[in-house]
Write a protein that binds this ligand. Sequence first.
Ligand code: SF4
Length: 183
Amino acid sequence: MTDWHRVSLEKISKEVNTPEGYIRISAPLEHDNIVNGDGLRAVLWTQGCPNHCPGCQNPETWDYEAGMLIEIDIIKKELAKFKGQTGLTFCGGEPFVQPKACKEIADYVRKELGWNVWSFSGFTYETIVEHGGAALELLKSLDALIDGPFILSQRDLSLRFRGSKNQRLLHLEYGTGKILAIE
Ligand code: SF4
């Protein structure tokens, strides 16, 4: 296990402390987004990130106490108003430090709206699987994960949906989290 992997396992364990039924977000919900996944997508920007990648474009999303606490039921109602969307993408911040709230929303949009669900994470797939618990349960609710920290020295703006070459677009089997394909 690399040092980075060990540190990231500690970081993923420090979840944002939100009351039951709430999620902490960093920006209003988006819709008709075409840059954070395939098709037309709603985007939920989570608040709180322990990774602190040098060169991060959203450092204002790092603080676990900033942003806005909002009821998950309100998020669901707002998402249901968006028509013609292919799916929902969780962006950050770091969605995997709010795994229970994100999973509840992911399961809602899949079952009630028929959307697919993608997520970005500064953690690798392997870190999430090794950590297990609620983070792994969120992973199992996804169709795709763009994983790994943004590494400034590996920045490549030509990559689909990714900022640096170390990051992967992983297509996942819903329900198991098994990797089906890697881009
Ligand atoms: S994981 Fe994402 S939000 Fe967090 S510091 Fe890295 S680039 Fe920024």
